[in-house]
Design a protein around this ligand. Structure first.
Ligand code: KIV
Length: 275
């Protein structure tokens, strides 16, 4: 059964709305969600782009990384999250090694859209993923490319670190962004990159660019829900702000986050990687 929309006057957001917001310079408010109850609060608070991220491996399952998350996990949480949304645009992460070939990618994207009710999939990787992005988008699957820190590479990277401080890596990321958009990516997400690099990629891209730890000069911001509520385990990343602190309740905290993103008040210099 398709998720019910109890209020027919609410118009669900579309990719075209995000393109318009980008053109108008209106920041896009994005947040992760993993179930219907929090999705409903996020919808009420004005979150526009709702990601069922593979961060669920860490914040829901208590694992040290996202590597163990499966496509079944994302389908399950996506389906639940979809039931809480009326206006928010639902995006599903493609987990580690779930998109290694075009056939595998389309099989899993179909599951995320038909069983999980996602409207877009997000996948980590640069130019090497161009074939997959082209294959998916040519068949009607909206795709968001994920560049910068790619948590699925944790065992190669050895830790969650800022990416692109080095000139050669920065140039490669600029090229990756260009190639992904040329292959059909409808949006990009940049994680943990210096402000100046995020600005450069955003200015060069024809599609909306969402940042997490990527500074203020991108088209929208995303954070992990548990991080903005101060309930994440482990060390808090530099770019995270606890919006529940002083807010009183969860919906007010999410509303504060949305307002701070929309006004440009978040992220400030304390929550970015300058340069
Ligand atoms: O999985 C996730 O929550 C993400 C965020 C870091 C954007 O990809």
């Amino acid at each position: 059964m398709y998720p019910s929309t109890s209020d027919d006057s609410v118009r669900p957001l579309t990719l075209q709305d995000f393109a318009r917001m980008r053109d108008d310079g209106e920041k896009i408010a994005c947040l992760t969600a993993y179930d219907a109850s929090f999705a409903k609060l996020e919808d009420a608070a004005g979150v526009e782009w709702v990601l069922v991220g593979d961060s669920l491996g860490m914040v829901i399952h208590g694992q040290p990384s996202t590597v163990s998350v499966t496509i079944d996990d994302i389908v399950y949480h996506c389906r639940a999250t979809a039931h809480g949304l009326q206006r928010g645009f639902l995006v599903a992460d493609m987990p580690f090694l779930s998109f290694s070939t075009p056939d595998e990618a389309i099989f899993n994207a179909r599951r995320l859209m038909q069983e999980g009710f996602a409207k877009m999939v997000k996948l980590e990787g640069g130019a090497v993923q161009a074939e997959i992005v082209d294959f998916l988008t040519a068949r009607g699957v909206p795709v968001c490319g994920h560049l910068g820190l790619r948590p699925q590479l944790i065992h190669k990277l050895g830790g969650f670190k800022v990416q692109g401080r080095d000139d050669a890596v920065a140039e490669e990321m600029v090229e990756d962004a260009r190639v992904l958009v040329e292959a059909g990516a409808d949006m990009l997400l940049l994680e943990c990159v210096p402000n100046s690099l995020a600005r450069r990629i955003t200015e060069a891209s024809s599609v909306p660019v969402i940042g997490i730890g990527a500074g203020p000069d991108v088209d929208g911001q995303i954070l992990v829900l548990h991080d903005i509520l101060g309930v994440s385990r482990g060390r808090r990343p530099r770019f995270v702000r606890d919006f529940l602190d002083g807010a009183g309740d969860v919906e007010s905290a999410i509303r504060r986050y949305v307002e701070a993103v929309k006004s440009g008040e978040y992220p400030d210099s304390l929550h970015t990687f300058g340069g």
